[in-house]
Design a protein around this ligand. Structure first.
Ligand SMILES: CC(C)(COP(=O)(O)OP(=O)(O)OC[C@H]1O[C@@H](n2cnc3c(N)ncnc32)[C@H](O)[C@@H]1OP(=O)(O)O)[C@@H](O)C(=O)NCCC(=O)NCCS
Length: 193
């Protein structure tokens, strides 16, 4: 049976998933940023990702993987939008799908589950920053209820070109129409991102 023909399930990530998540991350970051810069900056290490996951659990922040026949084919997570306590009901998020499993519905499953988990934990707004050239991600977010709320010009520099970023947002639960009913923990450390 081909790996791609197994059904996909979305579940919480585990420490054993870290290497697979890092491989997916490195693939995309290598394509999205000039590789010479990747080598200069500190590469993300397995222990960084494990510590980040543990820290996120304290804030009831979902860190999810897409599992296809026992293989991690994508992952998604949300972090606090800003560390100041006033912003503790607002998140920003990231999604990465394995290059061999793109455009087969994995990204949508991850994003829908991430939205549901963040809403269930009591968060009220989700924000995404997307490279303006990343049409698949922009379309995916639009189809999951995000709307464009900003356009940031020339904020990135990749492969010799300035790049723009589209900012998207969607409400979770009752959004800004009712006061929060869950008292979320205000961030303390500097490791929640
Ligand atoms: C963006 C990304 C997460 C989408 O995940 P995916 O699993 O490929 O997307 P899905 O198969 O679930 O498709 C969902 C929707 O996204 C859009 N989409 C996905 N791939 C697309 C493509 N190649 N061209 C145009 N639209 C596309 C479509 O609207 C699609 O809905 P449809 O199948 O009904 O047409 C994935 O391509 C990825 O990991 N990209 C690299 C990392 C990245 O850019 N992350 C997002 C940063 S904000």
């Amino acid at each position: 049976m081909e790996a791609g023909s197994f059904p996909v399930t979305i579940r919480a990530s585990r420490d054993e998933d870290v290497e697979a998540m890092l491989a997916i991350y490195r693939h995309h970051i290598g394509r999205g940023v000039d590789l010479s810069l990747v080598h200069e900056s500190e590469p993300l290490q397995p222990h960084d990702l494990k510590r980040r996951r543990r820290n996120m659990r304290n804030y009831r922040l979902p860190h999810l993987v897409a599992d296809r026949g026992g293989a991690v084919v994508g992952y998604a997570y949300a972090v606090l939008f800003r560390k100041r306590p006033a912003y503790r009901y607002t998140l920003k998020h990231s999604i990465y799908v394995h290059p061999e499993h793109q455009h087969s519905g994995v990204g949508r499953m991850l994003l829908v589950s991430l939205i549901d988990n963040c809403a269930a934990a009591g968060y009220r707004q989700m924000i995404g920053y997307i490279d303006a050239a990343n049409k698949p991600s922009i379309q995916l977010h639009q189809s999951c209820g995000f709307r464009q709320v900003g356009y940031l010009c020339s904020v990135g520099y990749k492969f010799g070109n300035w790049t723009d970023v589209v900012m998207v947002q969607r409400s979770l639960g009752s959004g800004g129409t009712t006061p929060p009913h869950v008292w979320l923990i205000a961030p303390t450390g500097n490791d929640s991102q």
